[in-house]
Design a protein around this ligand. Structure first.
Ligand code: UD1
Length: 349
């Protein structure tokens, strides 16, 4: 597909985990991509990796979206932006409890700046990274988009709820149309193993902890809780391949750009619809890697939800999108990525 500048999409947080996979997907769909990222929780070399996959470099702005002047300068420079996909945000649940103001300031000020500057430059479309965390501990499963929003259990979760509310209020009056994608648990990596999840320190999330344990960076996996009301006692989540998550953004953009019946603000669940327990995840990893994973059953982690998985019928129907990749593909790609990461030294440029 030929790239025309009028197809330019701004991806904030484009060097991060989901952002980088989405940049690749956008490029493959013929979009021109402009990346903004302050590199606070990602690495500049991801740009080279993305370029290696897509065969070209993408314009990059090392800016903080809390700096409205810098954001304006980006839009002045890139007059052809037609929509933005807003990933840039802090996302560590535990850290958000320790540093609430840092999270509220970063995640909400950046969003408000983006909305304001977009309106100023007449960029009327936005896709927002939300999370299944907005549902808290659901009363019924699977959760639909109409399930109640529960009080957030962390400032991080609250920034997602408040982010959605800010967008809902602003799209009412601004002429901007937005779609929020509520991701369940994105895992895995691009099949090239050039991009993937790259935790800055000890991982909080399950799959990076599993792969780091298997490679010897962590001694053992601690499974947080084995006395939940689930078949094997461990928590259940809806894990989804990050490449499927990236594809959901293309579907959301397509809806915003090409459909006239779009509401000012729409939300969609982005999951597979299937829940797996922590022990099932361990078994799946062992199967694809051929390794035995050292693990120990320990106490529950504070704030964890017992089980959550998505009803995806709304996103399947309206976005014409459906997760394609299996649990094996999720684990296989995550493991390849971990191995490749450890087999080479790279310089953070
Ligand atoms: C959390 C957030 C979610 C956020 C996501 C990515 C909540 C309720 N959830 O998801 O919003 O988008 O992180 O940052 O705020 N586990 C272990 N041992 C480990 C790590 C995890 O047993 O070392 C278990 C957890 O108890 C949980 C499952 O694995 O049952 C998944 O945990 P994790 O990957 O951290 O994701 P969530 O907590 O579901």
């Amino acid at each position: 597909m030929t790239v025309n500048n009028k197809n330019t999409i701004l991806v904030t947080g484009g060097t991060g985990y989901i952002g980088s996979h989405t940049v690749v997907a956008l490029h493959e769909r013929g979009y021109r991509v402009v990346i903004a990222d302050n590199l606070s929780n990602s690495h500049r070399f991801m740009l080279d990796r993305i370029a290696e996959i897509t065969g070209q470099a993408h314009p990059f702005y090392a800016i903080d979206l809390c700096d409205k002047k810098a954001l304006k300068a980006l839009f002045e420079q890139e007059q052809d932006i037609v929509a933005s996909i807003h990933f840039a945000a802090f996302k560590a649940v535990g850290e958000s409890v320790e540093k609430p103001l840092t999270y509220y300031r970063n995640n909400l000020v950046s969003l408000m700046n983006l909305l304001e500057v977009q309106q100023q430059f007449g960029v009327a479309k936005l896709v927002f990274s939300s999370s299944c965390t907005v549902y808290g501990e659901p009363d019924t499963l699977p959760v639909t988009e109409d399930s109640p929003i529960k009080p957030a259990s962390s400032p991080y979760g609250n920034t997602k709820q408040m982010g959605e509310e800010i967008i809902a209020d602003f799209t009412n009056v601004s002429g901007i149309k937005a779609i929020a994608l509520r991701y369940f648990n994105p895992v895995g990596a691009h099949h090239s193993a050039l991009i993937g999840e790259y935790p800055n320190s000890v991982p909080n999330n399950l799959v990076p902890f599993i792969t780091q344990t298997a490679i010897g960076k962590q001694q053992e996996l601690k499974i947080f809780g084995s006395d939940y009301q689930t078949p094997d006692g461990t928590c259940i989540r809806d894990y989804i391949h990050v490449v499927d998550v990236a594809a959901a953004h293309i579907a959301a953009l397509d809806r915003l750009m090409n459909h006239t019946d779009v509401q000012a603000f729409e939300v969609y669940n982005i999951g597979t619809g299937t829940g797996y327990s922590v022990l099932e995840m361990v078994k799946a990893f062992e199967k694809v890697s051929g390794k035995t994973l050292p693990y120990r059953l320990t106490n529950r982690r504070q704030g964890d939800i017992e089980k959550v998985y998505a009803d995806t019928s709304h996103s399947n129907k309206v976005l014409h999108w459906k997760a394609q990749k299996s649990l094996e593909e999720m684990m296989h790609s995550a493991w390849l990525w971990e191995q490749k990461l450890n087999s080479q030294t790279h310089t953070s440029k």
